[in-house]
Every structure is written in structure tokens, then in C-alpha cells.
Design a protein around this ligand. Sequence first.
Ligand code: UT7
Length: 323
Amino acid sequence: MTRRSVLIGTGSALPARVVTNAELADKMDTSDEWIVERTGIRQRYVAGEGESTSTLATGAAKAALAAAGVEGSQIDLIVLATATPDQTFPAVATIVQNNIGAQGCIAFDVAAVCSGFVYAVGVADSMLRTGMAQRALVIGAEVFSRILDWEDRTTCVLFGDGAGAIVLEARESDDANAPGILATRLHADGEHNQLLFVDGGAGTTGTVGKLRMKGREVFRHAVNKLAGVLGEVLDDAGYRNEDIDWLVPHQANARILEATAKKLSMAPEKVVVTVDQHANTSAASVPLALDVAMRDGRIKKGDLVMIEAMGGGFTWGASLLRI
Ligand code: UT7
């Protein structure tokens, strides 16, 4: 018998306010045409008063619990990926825990920026398979709008706010085709941390800081690193590119998604794209896209789904799961 982490529900939450490219073009030297052509982004959601990483994460968590038919009290592990916690501490995971009535369970945050959700999935899967937990809530939630330099057009047009969540349950099966997470690979390379970083922090400036990015260089690394890690995960799980039913990538730039699909010889129709609607929501982007494609019926029971992400650190990773 093999113990696997099975996806039993997804959920997401977005701020109330939509900001279009045209609205940004009214305020700064940019255009809808430039943003769409270079990134594929048409709009993003931006958190307003009363909205934060924890409120969005709680909304996504409740939706995922409802989809799974599970009560908060039945969750014994919460792993939450974010780079924009409500406060430096406590972990946002503990705020969500309190909001959903899961008191007493394991709850902590993971900091791997845009790859945070894939890292969180890897951590939760390991803990479920070793028996430390039975049912996990894995969340990616961000309000990047609060760490953007709204004077810097090279970064502020790229990001948005939101949250996505999944419920994983440990199940035993003899069947090689049973649902569950099949393989995960995670990587980091601190050599490049000056290409994408925040210029402040609790332990240095005592301020939150603003996001800084050398976009063109990040782009180049992203395509190569993602192609590499996807190949590793497929090898580990014993599958080939053509076996993947759906690629659910981190949504940073439509051109990165196209280049990654091309490297995998995957048809563009098999790639779930939400960057046009959500922009780059960092750790929230993969679970948000997953929830969209589960709810609109594209991803079905039995499908083989690859999730992947790359971001600040650099960090990158991918995970293959049977739905
Ligand atoms: O989630 C973490 C991972 N992050 C990523 O994966 C992001 C990766 N990078 C990218 O997505 C792209 O590099 C960007 C979308 C950030 C930029 O696209 P690019 O095609 O690499 O453009 P660029 O940075 O080379 O800039 C081209 C031109 C520049 O003007 P000059 O120097 O050619 O005259 C920029 O100043 O576009 C200009 N530009 C803009 N123009 C209008 C930069 N930002 C804007 C803007 N509106 N918002």
C-alpha cells in the first residue's frame, strides 16, 4: 500500500476591486498595448481597506473546505505560502486557523515568494505521507500591491492580489493510477537574489520595503529553470511530456507560459492561463489558476496535472499529481 496526498477540494478569493491597464495608463507612462503585448495582463485585483493576506486566505480556505466537504476542525495541518504576511509575525496560517476553527493543529507559513505554493505543497505532502497529519490545507495568498513601488512602471503593472487554497487528504492505495501527488522537486539558488527582491525588511531596515526586479534577466532564468524541473518531475514519476493533461503554471507572463509549453512540446490549449485576469499574484497564482480550471470543468477526475513556479530567491519547483 502506498500513502498518497489526494486533492479533495480547491477554493480561491479575490479582492473586490479590479484595476484595468487603462486605469494604470491614466496614472503613469504606460499603455494597455505595452502591458498586453509584453505580459498578456489585461487587469489585476487590488486589495482595499479591510482586505489583507489573511482575509483573502480565509476566503480561499473556506471555499476549498466547502468544495472538499470538510470542516475546519477536521484539518490537522495548515501550510500557507506568502511574502506579504499581515504582520511580521504571527504566521498568517495561525490567523486562518483561528478563522476556520482548526485550533490546535500544525500551522505555519512558508517563504519562497512566487514558488511558495509549490514549496508548501511539497512540505504538506511530505508531512501527510509520513503520517504527521491526515488532512492539510495548503494556501497561497498575497497582497503584492502593498509592496509595489507605484512610481516604477517596470514592476507595478505586473502584479495583483489574491488567494488560492487546496485540501489534501492522505489515502492508502495499491493502484498505481490512484489519485494523489506523484512527485515534487524543489530548488533554490541564492546567487541570483538581487535580480528579484524587496529593499527592506523587519531584520534590516525595520520597514516593509518595495519590490525590485530586473525583469529581462528573471525571464531568461525562468524559462530554462522551469523546463529543467519539469523534466525532473516527469522522470521521477515515470511519465512523459505527452502524458500531462494540464499544465497549471505560475502566472508571471503569458510569454513565459508559451515558451515553457513549447519546450515541453505541449499544445497551448493544455496550459491553464489566468495571467490576463489576475496578473502575477506570486504564491497565489498557481492555486488560483487550479481553482479556476477545476470549477469550469476543464480539469477532471483522473487527469494528470503539473503545477510549477519560479520566483524570488531564486526558488523554483514543480509537482505532478493525479486528480
Ligand atoms: O513572478 C516572479 C517571476 N517574474 C517573472 O517571471 C517576470 C519576468 N520578466 C518579465 O515578465 C518581462 O521581462 C517584463 C514583462 C518584466 C518586461 O518585458 P521585457 O520584454 O523584458 O521588457 P524590458 O524590460 O526589456 O523593457 C522594454 C522597454 C524598455 O524601454 P527601452 O529601454 O527599450 O526604451 C522599458 O523602459 O519597455 C519599457 N517599459 C515599459 N513601457 C511601457 C518597461 N515597463 C513599461 C511599462 N509601460 N509598464
